[in-house]
Design a protein around this ligand. Structure first.
Ligand code: BMA
Length: 307
């Protein structure tokens, strides 16, 4: 039975399972954006060789998806940066007429962040990796801040990192990144082990609404939750509010049972007409679900359930 939070789960969850791609073992932690008259997505597909690859998908309503059975092949400015055994946990941000994909590009160099641009979800141009290894989560803000491109990211190590703080960085050209700032780290309860940025932040009058994942370590391993924060619009490394209570916890069978149990992993959010956030999240490293809430109610929840 679901516990009640501000987000309400869709009755048809999960919306994407391994059945969507013939060679899939599981499909989760994926990035969906409005595109043309419908939606496009970059999906994390763990295939039957247990290598993680990105696949492109399209949907008319954002709920029913057609996912390309072949993995996404990127063109590159430099073949040295393309080599990766695993590509996973994409985020997508629209800036003007271009969609930027950031993801964990993990090869012999360890997990590092990949960056690619597309205008049509057919041709993807891979750019220089924005950050040094090791790093697992990165999302681009949907507009420049102080005249610069901006990201939130989460440095890690080579393994299943038992720590993790969120940092901010900026770039004049999407290639050279600096001015790093600490944003926030773990803080007890469900977010006591590590935190990482989720979907592209949503601009509100109260600040950038960031939905993030927080991890708690039980005697049986990690549990993943979704939390929310409001970051200063001009200096997003300044946290105005941050939830003490989670926004979403693994409570449903499809969130509790799977390749990695007890995981909700928020990875993209679409703001629908009427100011409703549709949150896409990975469940138990196995499938994808959605939950919805009004933007103003999420903002209010964060303000009234803050530290
Ligand atoms: C993280 C990432 C995610 C995954 C989560 C839970 O470190 O690898 O892709 O959903 O662990 O296994």
């Amino acid at each position: 039975m679901a516990n009640e939070t501000v987000f309400k789960r869709y009755h048809g969850n999960p919306i994407v399972t391994a059945n969507a791609v013939p060679r899939a073992n599981s499909i989760h932690n994926s990035a969906i954006v409005p595109f043309k008259h419908g939606y496009a997505g970059v999906f994390r597909v763990d295939e039957q060789d247990m290598c993680y690859r990105l696949h492109v998908g399209h949907s008319v309503d954002g709920i029913h998806w057609k996912i390309n059975p072949a993995p996404l092949k990127m063109k590159s400015d430099n073949p040295e940066i393309t080599v990766a055994e695993h590509s996973y946990d994409p985020r997508v941000t629209r800036l003007g007429d271009t969609y930027y994909v950031t993801w964990c590009n993990a090869g012999s160099q360890g997990p590092c962040i990949g960056l690619a641009a597309t205008k049509d979800f057919k041709t993807f141009r891979q750019m220089e990796n924005p950050l040094a290894t090791a790093n697992r989560n990165c999302v681009i803000f949907p507009r420049k801040i102080g005249g610069k491109y901006a990201i939130l990211h989460r440095p890690s190590d080579r393994g299943h990192t038992p720590f993790g703080d969120i940092f901010y960085a900026t770039s004049p050209d999407l290639t050279h990144w600096g001015c790093h700032r600490f944003v926030f780290g773990p803080n007890g309860g469900w977010q006591s082990t590590k935190v990482g940025p989720g979907p592209a932040p949503i601009e509100t009058a109260e600040g950038w609404l960031l939905i993030y994942h927080g991890v708690w370590t039980s005697c049986n391993g990690y549990l993943y939750y979704a939390g929310g924060a409001l970051l200063d619009l001009d200096k997003p490394w300044k946290v105005k509010y941050r939830t003490k209570d989670y926004l979403l916890a693994p409570t449903e069978t499809y969130e509790r049972v799977g390749d990695v149990p007890n995981v909700v992993f928020p990875s993209s959010a679409v703001v629908l007409k009427g100011g409703i956030i549709r949150l896409y999240y990975g469940c138990a490293d196995t499938c994808i679900s959605i939950a919805e809430a009004r933007v103003d109610e999420v903002v209010k929840f964060i303000k009234t359930h803050s530290f």
